[in-house]
Design a protein around this ligand. Structure first.
Ligand code: TYD
Length: 253
C-alpha cells in the first residue's frame, strides 16, 4: 500500500504547541503517513522550478512541505554529490558511480526522507531512484540485476507515491541546460545528444511500466500550465483533494 493510501485522514499537528510555545502562532496540516513525490526527467526540463512552485502552492494551503534533491539532500549525501558531479568518480567506472549514488540515496532516505514522512510531511524530491535506473542502468549499460539490487538497498521500502516525469526533446533540454551552465557543464551534461535521447525514452518506458506511480508532463508547455497540471496530479493524492483544511485557513488568516 502506498503512503498516500495509508494517509487517508488528516492529523492536525501544531509544531509550536508540541514544544510548548505559542500554540496559536503556527498550525500546519500534516498527513497521517506523509506523501512522497519525486520529480524526474532529463536535463533542462524545468523540474526544479516546478518543484519549487508546487512547494509554494502546497505550503499556501497549509501543508507541511519538505523540498530536497538528489544526489544530496542529507549531510552525508551532499558530500558524495560533489564527488559524483565533479567527475572525480568517473575514472573508476560506472559501477563505482552507481554505488556512490546508492550510498548517497541510502543516507538521504534514512536521515531525511523517512523521518519526514513519518512526521506526516509532504516530501518533494528533485530526482530519485528513476534517475539511477536511467543514467546508470540504461545509458551506463549496467546489468539490470545490479541496478535493482542497489535500488532495493538504497530506498529500503521508501517508494514514491507519485513520480512526475518531465518530458521534452533532448535537444531542447540540452540547449536550456547549456545556457544555464555554459561555463561548467557537469559530468552528466557533457554527454552526447544521442545519450540524452536514450534517457528520454528510458524515462518514458518507466512511466509506461508503472502507470500507477508515474505521470508524464509535457515540459514544452508554458511554465504556468505545467505548474497547474503538477498541482492537480499531486492534489489527487491528498485527502479531500487538497482543499485547504479549515484550521489551516484560519492559521493563514
Ligand atoms: P543536478 O545539478 O542536480 O542537475 P539536474 O538539474 O539535471 O537535476 O545534477 C544531477 C546530475 O546527476 C544529473 O545529470 C543526473 C545525475 N544523476 C544520476 O546520474 N544518477 C542519479 O541517481 C541521480 C539522482 C542523478
Amino acid at each position: 500500500m502506498t503512503n498516500a493510501a495509508l494517509g487517508g485522514s488528516f492529523r492536525q499537528i501544531n509544531r509550536l504547541n508540541r514544544t510548548g510555545m505559542h500554540a496559536d502562532l503556527e498550525e500546519l496540516v500534516s498527513l497521517t503517513k506523509g506523501l512522497f513525490v519525486t520529480f524526474e526527467g532529463g536535463e533542462g526540463a524545468g523540474k526544479s522550478t516546478q518543484m519549487r512552485l508546487l512547494a509554494d502552492s502546497l505550503s499556501a494551503r497549509g501543508y507541511d512541505v519538505l523540498t530536497t534533491r538528489e544526489p544530496g539532500g542529507s549531510i552525508g549525501a551532499e558530500a558524495v554529490r560533489h564527488v559524483l558531479l565533479s567527475g572525480a568518480a568517473e575514472p573508476f567506472g560506472v559501477r563505482m558511480e552507481a554505488i556512490l549514488f546508492a550510498a548517497a540515496r541510502s543516507d538521504h532516505v534514512e536521515e531525511v526522507i523517512r523521518p519526514a514522512l513519518e512526521q506526516g510531511r509532504i516530501v518533494l524530491c528533485d530526482r530519485f531512484m528513476d534517475s539511477s535506473r536511467v543514467y546508470q542502468g540504461v545509458t551506463g549499460n549496467l546489468e539490470p540485476g545490479f541496478v535493482e539490487t542497489l535500488e532495493r538497498v538504497a530506498v529500503n521500502g521508501v517508494i514514491p507515491d507519485r513520480t512526475i516525469i518531465f518530458d521534452l526533446p533532448a535537444e531542447v533540454g540540452l540547449e536550456r541546460a547549456r545556457r544555464r551552465s555554459s561555463e561548467n557543464p557537469d559530468r552528466f551534461e557533457k554527454e552526447q545528444l544521442e545519450t540524452h535521447e536514450k534517457r528520454r525514452e528510458a524515462f518514458l518506458d518507466i512511466a509506461e511500466a508503472d502507470p500507477e506511480r508515474c505521470r508524464v508532463v509535457d515540459a514544452t508547455h508554458p511554465p504556468e500550465a505545467i505548474a497547474a497540471e503538477v498541482l492537480r496530479l499531486v492534489e489527487a493524492l491528498l485527502p479531500g483533494n487538497g482543499e485547504p483544511q479549515s484550521s489551516a485557513v484560519e492559521a493563514a488568516s
